[in-house]
Design a binder for this molecule. Sequence first.
Ligand code: 5GP
Ligand code: MN
Ligand code: MN
Length: 475
Amino acid sequence: MSMAREVGKYHQTVKLRNGVLHLFANAEVLASLDRKVYKMADNNLRIPRNHFMSYTPDAHVSSGACVGTTAVWKMSDGFVSPSIVGSDIGCGIRVHLTPLHKRDLQDKKVRRKLIKRIEKYVPTKRIASPFRNIELERVVKEGIYGLPAEYLPERGDVSAVRSVTHLEHARFAYDMAALEILPERIWKQTGRELGTLGGGNHFIEIQHVRVDEGQRKIAEKWGLFDGQVVVMIHSGSRAWGRMLRSEYTNRIKDAMEMWGIGTRDPRLIYVPIHAEEGRWYLNLMYSALNYAVANRHMIAFGVRAAFQEVFGTDLEMPVLYDLMHNYALEETHRGQSMLVHRKGTTRALPAGHELNPEPYRATGHPALIPGSMGTASYIMVGAKSGEKNFYSICHGAGRIYARDAVREHVSVDAFAHSMNVGTEEEVVVNRWTLEHILTECPQAYKDVDQIIDSVVGAGLASVVAVCRPMAVVKG
Ligand code: 5GP
Ligand code: MN
Ligand code: MN
């Protein structure tokens, strides 16, 4: 590997054997990157006709391609790679506002009670969805539009309500014939999970807000204020996305073998966008994006019910925004139609950009960046100079330790300390002991402040508000 060349503050290019990798990181993050991420990028660059590839500072090794990858091909002759979308298709973050102040949750008992209520309305793992009247088929075909009207908190024209207008996407239109060749068992086995959180690092977190002075005007326009309680939700396409995986992986592997293409990493699968398999995968992916956004909406529906049980039925909890970090989207950049893969990166469009949903056209949309359950999370807004990274920014802090390695490096005591256990400020969790969620402790992740410094320094986005955790429900 040749040396990184600096092209701007916190923006390097690295010439690898098979192409060029852009890196957005400050010196400290850059020095800490595992060399394996370069190998992985080099292998990804073996996919022909790549137009652009980059890492955000939260980059770390994952199956076939790194989390933190933005990879772009032209729609006209490019490729789509399910490995550079990621396995939890449509995984993303949503934030809901409340009118509450952190004072209202100062008493630890109130935070405990809230968490209990959230667990009552939002099943975490393999418990069936409480929303039996939702039709899976309508949801994968129509996203939020496929939900019965009773689950929209607003009444009136569906296309005009906030639950639909303040999202990256409420519904993807696609060729639904793609669903016809799916085996019946997929429909049977995935039908009862809507509105459930899922395990791993999926979470519902109650946070309080501190507005950044530099962006107070935007924060006010978005409805954010100092001390405000907000709820951050992280979840994806649950069993629907997971079960599609074996279907498309098998079919694409067969096609790659037939065409005699591939790299030395069998987990990196890819196919021309315009091959039948490519179009089919994209259509399945859209179905999972529809599922994921509807799933986060239904989780929020349960969270709202929990808050109303504690604070009264007139408490409103409007969505601030919902966006994804595992997907590939067709976008126009500099007049050209491109397929932009974002695997563990998230979009941050600047003010005025036409891809912003209408309510956020003037300011740019909120870009929602989780940190960890013991550190800050961020609400940001994209910058015009983010164009150099196709308006992608980090989607989180990014892991340092793989799940199975955390135990070797972090003690339960250190974890408890970072959660202020035993003090009035304790971040309350939905578990009796922290032992069971040690794999998700703050120490397992990079320092989110360094990641944010990298993104801001590189001119990709700026901070609108910092959110600190008060209570968290883990799946
Ligand atoms: P991923 O989508 O790659 O699985 O994770 C997204 C990001 O969520 C991680 O990089 C990490 O920074 C963040 N994260 C993981 N667990 C938590 C949590 O409990 N609370 C918050 N606020 N962030 C978390
Ligand atoms: Mn996920
Ligand atoms: Mn995720």
